[in-house]
Design a protein around this ligand. Structure first.
Ligand SMILES: *[C@@H]1O[C@H](CO)[C@@H](O)[C@H](O)[C@H]1NC(C)=O
Ligand SMILES: CC(=O)N[C@H]1CO[C@H](CO)[C@@H](O)[C@@H]1O
Length: 621
């Protein structure tokens, strides 16, 4: 790695002598980003290669020694300093070791809402050399059992808030020999012990080092479940090295020890736990934790807790923009926003409304082996394909056949790079720098994410499942998830593009676009679920005229349904599954439903006659 840095620096100096800034307007930014990333990577490697390894836990403990009184967590009216959390996690580790008989290398699942308990439990497990599996607190029944089995978790530490969900599967857990405990002061469930009283009275002496003697860079630290588009949750393996790299993302974006970072994202996902809390543990900052995101409370919380950095994902920023305007919209100390999935139109509106906040949009998947960050301030871009970074994490955008759901290959069987301005599937080479650890207990799913023989025989790339576009200046833009693009009339329709266009309509507040099957038609036909702005009504003629002007005819949605609320996931991504399944059948859908009528030049109410005509292919779509 050092060799790469020195060589790059020397080569650059030479280049600089020969060329002017004008030719490479982004040279400094490119170089800066490379140095930041290479620096972070070097720091992680250096720490982890020490014996014993210095992991994120040791980094946290160093902060706890140096600044025991700095708050690590602000939650409701409670404040937990670095010193408090260091002691509490030692106490908990002692109890976990004695009562549960935990051994290094075992996996313990946590079933907890966002609360400080999550953080000290994590650190306690780390102190014992155990991995933590972060169960999604919305998961129930079979999916819960599957998640535990995938990570081979033999213990569950739960909150009494999730009593019902737990009791539902308790007999199955007991049958499988999985032991369950509450991390509360009392237990509402017979046969399940509450551990808090024992934790509160245990010794807070540091734990003997032998528990962590076997920890290395590739030890499994955390399992994060990714839902994917279909099927049961997959347990993505987060090693100590990956954990530390992701925790460094905040530092790369400018997170400092004096910052207060506001995390409303669920801790069972990587954004909240690894980037938010992990970022604090890395730099020694304060995390303002909230049980659940609330758009109306967001800025009041920022003022109350002196928040300087916010985290966002998906639609979260849109919800903030959708709240009624207030005089104090720009009265806050937030200087930085870190996240992903921000759409360009919301990005602009957000900055206008809430003031000059530096937005660090990044792209990455929990299980992915590399990502991008926007480091040049280009609105809408997730990053830049900078030659330095590319040498570090080689990626390609390749041609993709949306219909057959697979990359297009040439006559020799290799994948084909797209040209600038074209959308392609992002694949990232699997190398020593960019390893892919896959999913626990599921080698089939792991193999499915690996694309082989991409450019040469025998190479292997991580298939991101995301379609991106790179422009002539090498800015990279997120376009769609593979499943979010559908084909209609032989054309690819990118749902995000249609959504961005429809979002400009004056009566539309939120929109979710997807494709539905129509009997006798190839591909999928476009449909939009929309939420109206308060006090506004649906105007079929206007929408028709607008879409006719702004969208190619194959991309204009044929059906529109109006919903009170659009369904989203725990990480603020829109759900399309149910919508696709319900299709456009007026018998199933109770929401107001409209059909694009080319003769009437309007979106007209859907009725049984129109539906029947479509079913019988009498009506041309
Ligand atoms: C926020 O800042 C003010 C003034 O600097 C200080 O008095 C207050 O204690 C701070 N609140 C928190 C939660 O840090
Ligand atoms: C690091 C950086 O420059 N981030 C920028 C990303 O884009 C936004 C929007 O222009 C800027 O405000 C950020 O500063």
């Amino acid at each position: 790695m050092l060799g790469v840095v020195t060589a790059a620096a020397a080569g650059l100096l030479l280049l600089l002598l020969l060329l002017r800034d004008r030719l490479f307007p982004f040279l400094w930014a490119d170089l800066g980003a490379f140095v930041a990333l290479a620096g972070a990577s070097l720091r992680c490697r250096r720490r982890l290669s020490r014996r014993p390894a210095v992991t994120l836990l040791e980094v946290f403990q160093e902060h706890a020694r140096r600044q025991p009184r700095r708050p690590l967590l602000l939650f409701q009216d409670k404040r937990h300093t670095y010193g408090d959390v260091e002691q509490l996690s030692s106490r908990a580790a002692r109890v976990f070791s004695q009562r549960l008989g935990l051994q290094p290398g075992q996996t313990v699942a946590v079933f907890l809402p966002n609360e400080p308990t999550y953080v000290w439990t994590w650190l306690a497990l780390a102190k014992l050399g155990c991995a933590m599996a972060c169960l999604n607190y919305n998961v129930r029944g079979q999916a819960l059992l599957h998640a535990l089995a995938a990570a081979r978790a033999t213990f569950v530490l739960a909150s009494t808030e999730l009593q019902d969900a737990l009791e539902e599967v308790l007999p199955d857990l007991q049958r499988d020999g999985i032991k369950v405990f509450y991390l509360s002061s009392t237990s509402p469930t017979p046969g399940v012990e509450a551990l808090l009283p024992a934790i509160e009275t245990a010794s807070d002496e540091p734990l003997p080092g032998h528990y962590r003697a076997g920890i290395t860079a590739s030890s499994k630290a955390i399992y994060i479940y990714t839902s994917g588009t279909t099927g049961l949750p997959k347990a993505a393996v987060i090693t100590e090295q990956k954990l530390m790299m992701v925790a460094n993302l905040g530092r790369i974006c400018g997170l400092r020890a004096t910052d207060h970072i506001y995390t409303t994202l669920p801790l069972y996902h990587s954004a909240g736990l690894l980037i938010g809390v992990g970022g604090c543990l890395e730099v020694g900052a304060t995390c303002v934790l909230r049980a659940k995101f609330s758009a109306s409370q967001f800025w009041d919380d920022c003022r109350r807790y002196n928040v300087t950095v916010i985290q966002y994902v998906g639609e979260l920023m849109r919800y903030l923009c959708n709240t009624p305007k207030r005089d104090n919209d720009q009265k806050h100390r937030v200087r930085l926003a870190v996240g992903n999935g921000l759409r360009a139109e919301v990005w602009k509106e957000f900055l206008q409304r809430f003031g000059p906040i530096s937005i660090w949009e990044f792209y990455g998947a929990t299980e992915g082996n590399a990502g991008f960050i926007n480091y040049t301030g280009k609105i809408g871009a997730v990053g830049r394909a900078n030659a330095f970074l590319k040498s570090f994490a080689p990626f390609e955008l390749i041609k993709y056949n949306v219909e057959q759901d697979e990359p297009i290959r040439d006559e020799r069987g290799f994948c084909i790079r797209v040209r600038p301005g074209e959308t392609g599937l992002l694949v990232i080479k699997i190398t020593k720098n960019t390893p892919f650890y896959g999913y626990a207990g599921d080698s089939k799913k792991t193999e499915k994410k690996i694309l082989r023989d991409v450019l040469v025989k025998g190479d292997a790339f991580f298939n991101s499942g995301d379609l991106l576009m790179m422009d002539h200046e090498k800015f990279v833009y997120f376009q769609d998830r593979v499943g979010d693009t559908f084909r209609w009339k032989g054309e690819n329709v990118a749902t995000t593009e249609v959504e961005a266009t429809l979002a400009m309509v004056n009566f539309i507040r939120e929109v979710n676009v997807y494709g539905v099957s129509v009997p006798g038609c190839e591909g999928k036909c476009g449909m939009a679920a929309i939420r109206l702005k308060p006090g506004m009504s649906f105007e079929g003629e206007n929408l028709y005229a607008f879409t006719r002007e702004t969208l190619p005819s194959y991309a204009a949605p044929r059906f529109v349904r109006i919903q009170e609320a659009l369904e989203i996931t725990g990480t603020f991504k829109q759900c399309k599954g149910n919508l696709v399944r319900e299709g456009f059948d007026p018998d199933i859908i109770k929401d107001p439903l409209f059909f694009r009528d080319e003769k009437m030049k309007s979106y007209v109410p859907m009725n049984a006659d129109i539906y029947a005509a479509i079913q019988e292919a009498k009506l041309n779509l």
